[in-house]
Design a protein around this ligand. Sequence first.
Ligand code: DGT
Ligand code: CA
Ligand code: CA
Ligand code: ZN
Length: 605
Amino acid sequence: MAEKLTNENIARLLRQVSAAYTIKGINRFRIIAYDKASEAVEKSNIEVKDLWDEGRLSNLPGIGPTIAGHLDELFKTGRVKRFEKAFQDLPQGMFPLLDVPGIGPKSSYKLAKEFKLHDAGKAITGLLKAAQAGKIAKLDGFGEKSQADILDALKRFKKGQVKKRRMSLPYAGATADQMLIYLKKSPAVVEAVPLGSLRRGVSTIGDIDIGVATENPGAVLEWFTAYPKKSKIVETGPTGATILLETGQQIDIRVQSPVSFGAMFQYFTGSKEHNIRLREFALRKGFSLSEYGIKKTSKGHNTGIPGKYFNKKLNIYEFPTEEEFYHVLGLPWIPPEIRENSGEIEKAVKNRLPRLIELKDIKGEVHVHSDYNLKPSHDLGSSSLEDLLKTADGMGYEYLGISDHNPRLANHTEKDIELIMKGRKDKYEHILVSNKNVRVKLFIMLEVDILPDGKLALPERAFQYVDAVVVSVHSSFGMSKEKMTDRIIKGLSYPKAKILGHPTGRLIASREGYEVNWQKVFDFCKKYNKALEINSYPDRLDLPDVMVKRAIENGNKLVIDTDSHHKDQMRLIAYGVTVARRGWAEKSDILNTLPYNEFKSWLTA
Ligand code: DGT
Ligand code: CA
Ligand code: CA
Ligand code: ZN
């Protein structure tokens, strides 16, 4: 394997094994296992190679012991004998074709075989030529339409290869943490902190910025550029450097002496728009701002800045902390999450900044999936109710709502569904009785699909077995704005429907939100005491921060949930809190900061 063992490449390799087994007609369950493992690796917020380095490969859900064993061999030796055997006797050109959207195992095999694409490196170009020459249409089972589709997909694929994706927030956080651990091993590093979009908690991160306080910039930069996971040094200068990692991600570092670290901290936290606005504000006061500190723009005028900050040699005021930097401008310190030039400087001038919600304000959450088999249309969770309750207890929660997906409507009668729902309630209550040491209070809930016509996917009589429901759109995303708005409002009109789950439906890496008249939905929610969810799942972060701000300005209430499918994911609530903070949410805007009794009165009203 010449390729680096990044998540992307490992996921691809597992996909290739699955494809090879598909062609060779190997046992279906093995193929499914490889598909699942591939997806798990692709979605992992941490590099699998790092998990392996730390002996924690088994912590990755979705990978069984057999595949974990193969990955172990891969990391140790750079190859897997079993995989190589699987690839044998197949045209090697079929494997790169699998990366093209819309080309599955069977077509890639057939295309590679027909066009004799034996060289993996030339397969894409080879297929492109065949398509352009009209040869695909002539193959059995393909035709003009699929030829056009393949041609289109190949062209888009070739373009897409140059585009680098933005990182998810947890991935960027984990990558930065590793770098910080490495940096702190250098005795020259006094302090090292993540800056830029990562510090502001933006939902996706372009590149990682790190600020270092040091008296010895040269030594720090030398250490930084010698990072073992670097693939190349992009540039290096006296005050900073940029490297690329093996995974293709970029890290920028800036170094500065501790006496003026505050100005640097502020400057490289951004956002650029916030900085520009702040600079205009300072200029009107006769100051010019930079990453080094503050200078006065005209001679003779009294700045009012305490003399202790003045560096005579450089003729600049220097600040060790960011707080001091903002204070001398006559402003309170502004939390990084709201530094987006969306009114924060104006509010700071008047000393009217919001008191943003904090993680410790959260008293519970109500969108967690358990492993109880309700025979749903969507996926089950993988943790038991006991484990989820214990986790909630450990997190200091007062309450936990379990919102499993509703039972599948097709192939169940209404009576069946009622019985399934009753069975679950009985089981849960039994578990509560036999786990008396668990203090956390349980809400028995459900995440119910809002069907295309706005009806909820749960028969009327089954509602008696739940305290409340989260309602969500999981299908027919392409409706018109009017229809989707009516659909959502109708779904929310049920008395027990209290929360609109992942309201916009966006998936950060792959899907735009659907079309909705948000003002109408917000107004409806406000009038009838319904909450909008901030779903903390890193691929969702939905409502998005700007919509959170808008909802709050409109007077709406929100609930922060994780949509966990495993107990460990309940910790992801921190990302939802970050989104809420970026949306200027205070404690009083978020309902699950309420203590149990008050929250219960709202939820079950
Ligand atoms: P990203 O990397 O796309 O997720 O977003 P940021 O905000 O991390 O942007 P980046 O990495 O280009 O720059 C980091 C910070 O440096 C940025 O938030 C503010 C500051 N900065 C960069 N370029 C400029 C600029 O042209 N003017 C000002 N005032 N600040 C800048
Ligand atoms: Ca950045
Ligand atoms: Ca940067
Ligand atoms: Zn959902």
